[in-house]
Design a protein around this ligand. Structure first.
Ligand SMILES: C[S@@+](CC[C@H](N)C(=O)[O-])C[C@H]1O[C@@H](n2cnc3c(N)ncnc32)[C@H](O)[C@@H]1O
Length: 229
């Protein structure tokens, strides 16, 4: 049995960091939303000028990337049939486990509301069923827990390949992990590249994470079904 795992890594998802909590933009935004900075997500659309003060600012404050990419990963037969496990690793080293049969909000504001609730309660349940779970952890911690047979990173700067070849390559292993970056600019940190057994590029273009997620998982889905047909 092959159990592929998908990780959206270094994802630009976090609550307002300490360094900018006293910035006027942040104070006004939190006042308007009647929430504490620790309860709202950092978002380039609203906090751009404040984000410029942060290290790695180009990679931060893009919850929309997680929204789009997770919709692509959880709205497909591969996921409906429990043939893929989905995780998010964030730039500030948090892990989000996505449970089985989770239907994420299609509307962005509702997705943000759900993730903000997750950040304040660490778990989202529907009855006894765990939908989302949040805890501290590095990508290395997550991989130690998953115990993959191989870790395949996707980056424009990797070895030239294509989606089909990458999917087929991964599916030779029992527990392949596919890692896509959940950020808009830049590349994976060196410490994360070192955790990857292979890094493949599927285009000369720098594509959006959700496009890479959708196309890669479609190939995984097709090729996984072929194996069992
Ligand atoms: C917007 S991109 C980040 C851009 C970055 N310049 C990069 O190194 O690809 C988000 C993620 O999509 C994936 N990606 C984008 N373009 C890719 C490509 N041509 N080949 C493989 N993966 C790609 C990577 O996982 C990347 O971290």
């Amino acid at each position: 049995m092959i159990n592929p795992i998908f990780i959206l890594a270094e994802t630009a998802l976090e609550t307002i960091p300490l360094e900018i909590r006293d910035d006027r933009i942040i104070i006004n935004y939190c006042k308007k939303r009647k929430k504490k900075p620790s309860e709202v997500l950092l978002d380039q659309s609203y906090h751009h000028k404040a984000i410029l003060k942060l290290n790695d600012h180009e990679k931060r404050g893009r919850p929309d990337i997680a929204h789009f990419s997770l919709l692509e990963a959880t709205s497909i037969p591969l996921y409906f049939e429990n043939k893929i496990t989905v995780y998010v690793h964030t730039l500030d080293d948090k892990i989000i486990e996505i449970g089985r049969n989770v239907r994420l909000p299609r509307v962005y504001e509702r997705f943000v509301g759900l993730i903000e609730k997750l950040y304040s309660e660490n778990i989202i349940k529907n009855g006894e069923k765990v939908l989302l779970k949040l805890y501290k952890g590095t990508l290395k911690d997550l991989l130690s827990k998953i115990k993959p047979s191989t870790v395949i990173g996707l980056s424009r700067l990797g070895e030239k390949s294509n989606f089909k070849k990458v999917a087929l390559f991964g599916l030779k292993f029992e527990r392949p992990v596919f890692v896509v970056g959940g950020f808009a600019k830049g590349t994976f940190k060196d410490e994360h590249k070192l955790l990857m057994n292979h890094i493949f590029s599927i285009s000369n273009y720098s594509l959006d994470a959700h496009v890479v997620t959708a196309r890669l998982l479609y190939e995984v889905e097709k090729n996984l079904s072929n194996k069992y047909d």
